[in-house]
Write a protein that binds this ligand. Structure first.
Ligand code: FAD
Length: 438
């Protein structure tokens, strides 16, 4: 605790999750000292800070953002926003990424977050220390590096740490036998910025997640010939011109030819991986025991809290969710744990809860690598945290509008971003296309 008895909380990262954490900590000056937000880049926004460069920043650290030049959001602004801070009214429902960055800057202005962010400061280690009288008998030493060449090292002690370092920056490339034999251009979507360099080329694009589909559409617009290779059920919606589907690539032959699961082959000029990202927490002390296995981060109670160290919170690791509202709910839940309004179960009970939850998901046929994909279950999860923490749940229309957008997207990936939404009240909303048709 600080001299005045207020809890000191460190926040790692000033992306949407870290900003949201800071906003809520600052709203509770009665209980919390002003937070320290560590941000390794010179900007707020994380993912939403577009970088033309690929590779590394001037200081040698790898580029964090995976944003591409022409990206427009895949969630309408009406439900993408933090619930307590809407996007500007004049914007269309699906905005260009520059508008999201502006929005996050406005969020910082509105909630006066700027002064609490230490820019150009990377957290190198987060270590638990036993402290008599600390929160749960525990404190955290956070060591960070800054200065031009990141050589200046500082350690500060906190009562709690919220880890908000993002999980879309360390490219995941699946092990494909013979991959080293591929002779064309190999790239990951992390390094994709725009379609023009691939104009007219033959491309095998692996992965039909949101980025994969979006990039396939961009490539189609520059006359690339795209084979969209993926392991899901074949897409039934209309695809852009020049895009055809194939099952996953299973191997690369001696001469660099790609072989698909159905035995068919292709020898493209470009092999583009839209296969997602690894979770990494390089600064976290091993003894905390948080492990990453097959894209599952565990053991974490409510996908947030390691039972043995319950003043550490790993925010925003769930996937297939509506991120900003999710951060808003998780941050408030963290505060309810720290201020004691929600009393955590014992370590053993939390471990049991995690075990049962994972077993139940596996019993429903969910593979380990998909356990963090909450998808439609996110709404029950959000409501449960709000109930436990005793704070306001998301407005009722939120889940319904979000889920409807998912249906429109699956039906009509070519046009769903032309729709606009109007929220009428807590329950109701309507959708119309650009011509005002409902
Ligand atoms: P990030 O935005 O990644 O921020 C993490 C921050 O932590 C960064 O600023 C980073 O510099 C900092 N950091 C990392 N390590 C350290 C360290 N050791 N020390 C100090 N600082 C550190 N979401 C939507 O809602 N709608 C969309 O349309 C949408 N489209 C997307 C498109 C793409 C291509 C991608 C990659 C993601 C998209 N997302 C979208 C998801 C998006 O990532 C989330 O909305 C959200 O921005 C994630 O925020 P975050 O704070 O968790 O992570």
């Amino acid at each position: 605790m600080s001299g005045l008895g207020k809890l000191r909380v460190a926040v790692i990262g000033a992306g949407a999750a870290g900003l949201c954490a800071a906003r809520h900590l600052l709203s509770r000056r009665d209980t919390f000292a002003t937070p320290v937000v560590y941000e390794l880049t010179k900007n707020i926004g994380g993912t939403w800070v577009y970088e033309e460069r690929v590779g590394c920043y001037d200081n040698g650290l790898p580029i964090h953002s995976s944003m591409y030049r022409d990206l427009r959001t895949n969630i309408p602004k009406e439900v993408m926003s933090f619930p307590d801070f809407p996007f500007a009214k004049h914007l269309p429902s699906f905005v260009h990424h520059t508008e999201v960055r502006k929005y996050l800057e406005q969020y910082c202005d509105h909630f006066r977050l700027w002064d609490h962010i230490q820019f150009g400061t990377s957290v190198a280690s987060v270590t638990p220390v036993d402290v008599k009288g600390g929160w749960n008998g525990l404190a955290w030493d956070v060591t960070s590096n800054n200065g031009v060449d990141h050589s200046k090292s500082t350690t500060e002690r906190f009562d709690a740490v919220m880890v908000c370092n993002g999980h879309f920056y360390d490219p995941y490339i699946p092990a494909i036998p013979g991959l080293e034999k591929f002779k064309g251009m190999l790239m990951h979507s992390h390094d994709y910025r725009s379609a023009e360099p691939l104009a007219g080329k033959s491309v095998v694009l692996l992965g039909a997640g949101l980025s994969g589909l979006d990039i396939a559409m961009e490539l189609s617009s520059v006359d690339a010939q795209v084979i969209l290779s993926h392991g899901q059920r074949p897409l039934t919606c209309p695809l852009p011109p020049g895009v055809q589907q194939a099952p996953p690539v299973t191997s690369v032959l001696e001469d660099g030819t790609l072989e698909f699961k159905n035995g068919e082959r292709a020898k493209p000029e470009v092999f583009l991986f839209c296969t997602g990202y690894n979770f990494t927490f390089p600064f976290l002390d091993k003894k905390v025991g948080v492990k990453v296995q097959e894209h599952l981060v565990w053991p974490l109670y409510k996908f947030l809290i390691p039972p043995a160290y319950p003043s550490l919170f790993i925010v925003g690791i769930c996937r297939a969710i509506c991120p900003f509202p999710h951060f808003h709910v998780q941050s408030q839940f963290v505060l309810s744990v720290l201020d004691g309004s929600f009393r955590l179960p014992s370590r053993e009970e939390m471990e049991k809860d995690i075990e049962l939850d994972i077993a139940a998901r596996r019993a429903r046929g969910i593979a380990t690598r998909h356990i963090l994909k909450l998808d439609s279950e996110q709404w029950a999860y959000n409501d449960e945290l709000a109930h436990l923490g005793g704070f306001k749940p998301l407005p009722r229309y939120w889940s319904n509008l979000y889920e409807s957008n998912k249906v429109f997207r699956a039906r009509d990936m070519l046009n769903y971003k032309t729709y606009n939404y109007t929220v009428l009240d807590n329950m109701e909303w309507k959708v119309h296309d650009l011509h005002g048709q409902q």
